[in-house]
Design a protein around this ligand. Structure first.
Ligand code: DGL
Length: 272
């Protein structure tokens, strides 16, 4: 549903705040915003059928996001949270003006804060697509050209989280391998530039001091709250949450559990 449609409908502060990601990763952002704004209506879409997004083409991502945004519009969403670094990096610029919806992309929303860190060298761990887009580097250096940005792709990490394989020895090896790779560059801080990665924090902490790690979700949630306030989109609603997935609701619920307890089973949604 494109802009012409949306202008007929009126965005009010009544509607839900809608999140999407390829799977459970975006819950790391959702949990933070819910802490800051507990009395909102929330919907969350995990596009599990198409994960991992980091291995998809731009056209594929545009198609998936198009379906999800249409779905959110039908639910009268007042804001859409791109709780996904991959779509923020690759397709946000293409869709931001097509929809008359308030869309918040994670990378662009936190770049200013990251660029102000009192450091010279910043490491970014992210998906293939995010690294290839150079979005973190471009957005951060727009604010601070002096900061050096090192990026390493960790393509296997998303599946470890989605398939709930956190306890397998092979997963620990795969995580350590990528951490060793980025540590060779001596970054002063390391950004978990994929919303799935905070699920791996217990493994990551074994190899990297926690003070070195940055989960952008903390800054992102704060940014969203302030911007919603500025735009008069906050409302003390009756608390509401509905989670949707495009495949395997039960696997989603189980994988999510380590980070976020989902009360009702997620609802399966199939787009034609
Ligand atoms: N969690 C998403 C991100 O932040 C997508 C990961 C994926 O599906 O590859 O990039």
């Amino acid at each position: 549903m494109q802009k012409e449609w949306r202008t007929i409908l009126k965005i009010t502060n009544e509607g839900p705040i809608a999140f999407f990601d390829s799977g459970v990763g975006g819950l790391t952002v959702y949990a933070k915003l819910k802490e800051l704004l507990p009395n909102e209506k929330y919907i969350y879409f995990g596009d599990t059928k198409h994960m991992p997004y980091g291995e998809k083409t731009k056209n594929e991502l545009l198609e998936y996001a198009g379906n999800i945004l249409d779905f959110f519009i039908k639910q009268n969403a007042k804001a859409v949270i791109m709780a996904c670094n991959t779509t923020s990096s690759t397709i946000y610029d293409d869709i931001k003006n097509k929809y008359d919806l308030k869309i918040y992309p994670i990378v662009q929303s936190v770049a200013d804060i990251l660029s102000n860190l009192p450091i010279n060298k910043l490491g970014i761990l992210a998906t293939h697509a995010t690294v290839k887009s150079n979005a973190y580097k471009k957005e951060i250096q727009k604010h601070n050209p002096a900061i050096e940005v090192i990026q390493i792709a960790c393509p296997e990490w998303v599946k470890i989280v989605e398939e709930n394989k956190l306890d397998q020895p092979q997963s620990i090896i795969l995580v350590k391998e990528k951490l060793d790779e980025i540590l060779k560059y001596n970054p002063e801080k390391i950004v978990l530039g994929c919303t799935h990665y905070p699920f791996l924090i217990d493994i990551i902490k074994k190899f990297v001091p926690e003070e070195m790690l940055i989960d952008p979700a903390i800054y992102f949630a704060k940014y969203i709250k302030e911007d919603l306030q500025k735009n008069n989109l906050i409302k003390n609603n009756r608390r509401y949450e509905q989670i949707y997935v495009s495949s395997n609701p039960e696997i989603f619920r189980k994988s999510a559990q380590r980070f976020y307890q989902i009360k009702n089973s997620p609802e399966l949604v199939v787009f034609n």
